[in-house]
Design a protein. Structure first.
Length: 274
């Protein structure tokens, strides 16, 4: 599911939220969308999903699109917002079945294919034993897996995830990202995921979209942004790094104060690998 954008711009109530957003994402990529608070990460995901109007060009598999929601028959997708409601009184199985809404016939009700898709999704996410439990009784980690299961039941090819690990501890974050990466490889999914957790995402993502103040600072290979000077400028905080036993960098602030990087006014630009 290849997608590309050229000069995307989002203006709401006279305020420019995004501008000059361009990228080309190969099919099957795991894309990390990173940047400081207010950079436009959520706005970008909502725009691609078709929940916000944009100008410019968004192309999926060679054809223009006004957003995935408007092309859902051609491009099966799933969008998980940062804050989503957990329906009271609904079992996990019923919650996963919601993912079949776009594929079911409302007049005839759920088909055997719908039930099969839900059961497969529950099995893949190791949630089948909890199928009859209320979703309100699930842990944070289980609820995140439930959102993935609903996307799989929907037979989505394209996943848009807005900070899905924000409420998870370090161990559950790694587990969740590892699960997404495994499903991506097994099912050929294209994943766009926004996050503040650079130290975790670099273990799994292969492509990065870097935003700052509504502008696209970098789009391309993730490894090319793993430089402390670039990230210090991006977050306007002096960062340093060490390497773990496997060789992944671990970035950390040099002090407890948000010391502005000397080069913060002159953002380091990296060439896109597109």
């Amino acid at each position: 599911m290849e997608c590309q954008a050229k000069d995307l711009k989002v203006v709401t109530n006279g305020k420019t939220l995004l501008q000059n957003i361009s990228f080309k994402i190969p099919s099957g990529s795991f894309v990390a969308i990173i940047g400081p608070n207010g950079a436009g990460k959520t706005t970008l995901l909502k725009s691609l999903a078709g929940l916000l109007t944009f100008t410019g060009n968004f192309i999926i598999n060679g054809k223009p699109s006004l957003g995935l929601l408007k092309d859902k028959k051609r491009v099966p997708f799933s969008y998980t917002p940062q804050n989503f409601s957990i329906p009271a009184g609904m079992t996990l199985g019923e919650y996963i079945m919601l993912g079949r809404a776009s594929r079911s016939n409302w007049f005839f009700g759920e088909s055997q294919r719908d039930y099969d898709a839900v059961n497969v999704a529950l099995e893949r996410l190791k949630l089948f034993p909890k199928a009859k439990e209320l979703v309100t009784n699930l842990s944070g980690g289980e609820m995140q897996r439930a959102t993935l299961a609903r996307a799989l039941a929907q037979e989505a090819d394209f996943l848009l995830l807005d900070e899905p690990t924000a409420s998870l501890d370090f161990a559950r974050t790694i587990d969740f990202l590892q699960l997404i990466d495994l499903l991506r490889k097994q099912l050929g999914l294209t994943v766009l995921l926004s996050t503040h957790d650079i130290n975790s995402i670099i273990r799994f993502a292969d492509y990065a979209l870097v935003l700052k103040k509504g502008k696209n600072i970098h789009s391309g290979n993730l490894n090319s942004i793993l430089q402390k000077n670039f990230l210090s400028d991006l977050y306007e905080t002096k960062l340093d790094s060490i390497k773990d036993k496997i060789g992944y960098p671990i970035f950390y602030a040099k002090n407890h104060h948000n010391q502005t990087s000397p080069n913060s006014k002159k953002m380091t630009l990296l060439e896109s690998n597109d």
